[in-house]
Design a protein around this ligand. Structure first.
Ligand code: GLC
Length: 736
């Protein structure tokens, strides 16, 4: 629709109709069989409010959404189509690895492909907007939602956020297969006190701007159409009413001109936070902060009209909000075609199709991180050796993380199903234990009743005794991570560790495949298993991808996007830490230095770490010049290094570039990721890798909160993890 006509439409709408456009209702208000993604509140909406609602969340399906659209448009005085939104955060019907696993691929290209597939399946199912990417930076694995993030690094998160927005939105929203991207959770949601979901976030403005905001800014730069406010209070102001955050930072500084929606009932929750005396004040705070749409709460629906009529809020603000929402509907082409791509035929044809499954299988292998391997992987696929697959994840189809909604367990490939396809003999499978200990709860407050735990274990130990090699398939329940699933421990369920210990009594040739939604404390497991492969939650093609990697058909391509601590006591732990005035370089020093008297200072496995099935050696870092001139246009340093595949197998290395600013007007991290390149080398092959370093890459928030570079010495580190040691130095000079 032409802008002029859209303006005329807005001008012709009643106040009630305009407010209706600012309301998102749960689909359960209209239809059964929906997916509730928040506490089902006690609020009820009147028939008029329902009839005027501009958006719905929590339902997909071409037929149902087409019908819902028809019925709703019929009730609308101007027949304005609704926006259908859903959490498609790592695939809809074809479930991809969870976002933290996607971060470990260090492949924005792969992630973009996954989001393209997700968008195609979602749009065929009638959806218009996905609540993704989640660009929250995370450093605390106690928080259950680290699985939804792409990790602890601002640079990697920024690239991944942009890739997701591109994948979902394509070049033209109205085109078939594209959906709008809603960036979340703005802002700082990944840093709740104590790792406790929804808790207050205290960040200095410098840390907020330096570490936590950049990835959101990248998604905005990529053109995301919507932003979701976060549940948390940021420095004691809940985001949904935080005018500085939403107007000054998001809209004025970042230049975001799309729509802002709250998280689930977050507007009303400002009353509980204690910043609004009631729903009317919550509505005023949100409207003044620039929130366009109220997700599920009663505040806008039931109080905005009176607030306007009493002159307590300006109708102009409502017009601005509705204009942004109408523009989004217009960009999606909904005024010309209110169903967009909803097609039951296409939905059936492409959902979980072979091509989508193959991509999910490929990405899963790219996301797996090999933490340890004493030459036991890959397995030879000869049937000579007797293999025993033991553990609660052998047969489980709980191989997808939070925010995935498989319609049937049959869609998901278990380890047992996959292995049986590649090995016809000499292979046994044993459950070994329940996933959860008696009394341990998942986020739904459930634990597994498992009467025959002892019997399970006996059978498994017998299987282990008879086998040449044991492959332990263990891990957290997917319900121990995700929203509302913070943990005070980072251990594997004890009932599983008891199994591991008993198996180790009868067989020492152990490989561990670990499913998890977060970095775990794997110290004990690593003393027992000869190899540890973290598979996160691989999604639909889980079993096939695990079989591919175990038998060497694919390599474990992941590098940690989030550090694995030695213990929960170290948290928060991350690679871009500060040296402090009393550094502890080995991590073991005691006395007057940074660290612990009862634990090494550094994580068990650092950001960027991951083994391959081959080995790589690095030459010296060589610079084409030893200084960069700050004011010389286009001045660039080329840092080059030879990488050689010194192993017997072809393999892919993720070559990482880190830079350290040796001194600044504020202290600077020991290093920061500034680039990476994935390079595939044949056995024995070597290649020269070059990174370009510009003055812009050296900028940071200085003592005056200006985003600038400062002259001085810098160090470059290039290698296969954040502990890369091959280094070189250069200077940034102030002259031209
Ligand atoms: C949830 C989540 C958010 C999600 C929204 C809609 O509470 O915090 O990530 O997109 O509600 O389901």
């Amino acid at each position: 629709m032409e802008q002029k006509k859209l303006r005329e439409l807005l001008a012709d709408m009643s106040l009630e109709e305009k407010i209706g456009q600012m309301i998102q209702l749960p689909a359960s208000v209209f239809i059964d069989g929906t997916i509730e993604t928040g506490p089902s509140g006690t609020i009820t909406f009147t028939e008029e409010e329902k009839g005027l609602a501009g958006s719905v969340l929590g339902k997909y399906g071409a037929e149902e959404l087409r019908k819902m659209q028809d019925e709703q448009m019929e009730k609308q005085p101007h027949h304005i189509p609704m926006l259908f939104m859903f959490d498609v955060i790592h695939g809809l019907r074809t479930i991809f690895p969870m976002p933290l696993a996607l971060g470990c691929t260090f492949s924005p290209e792969s992630v973009e492909q996954a989001c393209r597939v997700a968008a195609k399946e979602a749009s065929a199912a009638g959806l218009h907007v996905t609540f993704s990417p989640m660009a929250d930076l995370v450093r605390d694995p106690r928080w259950g939602r680290v699985m939804e993030s792409t990790g602890e690094d601002p640079y990697l998160n920024g690239l991944m956020a942009r890739a997701q927005v591109r994948g979902y939105q394509g070049k033209d929203l109205a085109q078939a297969g594209n959906i709008a991207s809603c960036l979340k959770h703005f802002a700082g949601y990944g840093a709740p006190e104590g790792g406790r979901d929804y808790d207050n976030v205290e960040l200095s403005e410098r840390t907020l701007r330096q570490d936590y905001l950049p990835a959101y800014a990248e998604a905005v730069r990529e053109g995301c159409k919507m932003v979701m406010t976060s549940f948390n209070s940021l420095n004691r102001i809940p985001s949904s009413g935080n005018k500085w955050l939403l107007k000054e930072v998001l809209r004025d500084e970042m230049g975001f001109d799309g729509s802002i929606i709250t998280d689930y009932n977050a507007m009303e929750e400002m009353i509980v936070h204690g910043i609004a005396e009631g729903p009317a004040q919550a509505a005023v705070l949100s409207l003044h902060a620039g929130v366009d749409m109220d997700m599920v709460s009663p505040c806008y629906a039931k109080y905005l009209k009176d607030l306007v009529l009493k002159g307590q809020v300006e109708e102009k603000l409502i017009d601005e909000a509705v204009w942004r929402l109408l523009c989004l509907k217009n960009e999606l082409g909904l005024f010309e075609n209110p169903y967009k791509d909803a097609s039951a035929e296409t939905e059936k044809a492409i959902s979980l199709c072979k091509e989508h499954r193959e991509l999910a299988r490929k990405l899963a292998a790219e996301s797996f991180v090999l933490l340890k391997n004493e030459d036991v992987l890959p397995l030879t696929d000869s049937d000579q050796k007797k293999l025993a697959f033991i553990g609660p994840m052998v047969k489980s189809s709980l191989v997808h993380s939070s925010w995935s909604f498989p319609e049937s367990e049959d869609e998901l490939v278990t380890i047992e199903e996959a292995i049986k396809k590649v090995r016809k003999t000499n292979t046994v499978f044993a459950q070994g234990s329940p996933i959860l200990d008696q009394g341990m709860t998942d986020k739904m407050g459930r634990y597994e009743e498992c009467q025959d735990a002892d019997q399970y274990r006996k059978e498994a130990v017998e299987a282990a005794r008879e086998a040449d090699t044991v492959i332990l398939c263990i891990g957290e329940s997917p319900l121990q991570s995700g929203e509302g699933a913070s943990r005070t421990k980072l251990s594997l369920p004890e009932v599983q560790m008891e199994l591991v210990r008993e198996v180790a009594q009868v067989n020492q040739d152990i490989i561990a495949v670990v499913f998890t939604g977060r970095p775990l404390d794997l110290r004990e497991l690593e003393t027992i298993a000869k190899a540890v492969l973290v598979v996160w939650y691989p999604g639909t093609e889980s079993g096939n991808a695990i079989a591919d990697v175990l038998f060497g058909k694919a390599e474990p391509g992941g590098r940690l996007a989030m550090s694995f601590p030695r213990s929960v006591g170290q948290v928060p732990v991350y690679y871009s830490h500060f040296l402090t005035g009393r550094p502890n370089l080995s991590g073991d020093k005691k006395g007057f230095c940074t660290g612990y008297i009862d634990e090494n200072l550094y994580p068990l496995h650092p950001f960027g770490y991951g083994l391959t099935y081959t080995s790589f050696a690095y030459g010296d870092v060589e610079l084409n010049q030893s200084a960069l001139c700050k004011n010389k246009e286009d001045d660039v340093i080329e840092a080059s290094i030879d990488v050689c595949n010194t192993g017997m197998r072809d393999g892919t290395e993720t070559v990482q570039l880190y830079i350290r600013d040796m001194a600044g007007s504020v202290i600077r991290p020991v290093r920061e990721l500034k680039g990476f390149q994935k390079v595939h080398l044949k056995a024995g092959e070597h290649r020269r890798i070059t990174f370009r370093i510009t003055e812009e890459m050296l900028r940071f928030y200085n003592i005056d909160m200006q985003y600038v570079s400062e002259p001085g010495e810098f160090r470059i580190y290039i290698g296969g993890s954040s502990q890369a040691e091959n280094e070189a130095a250069f200077y940034l000079l102030d002259e031209t």
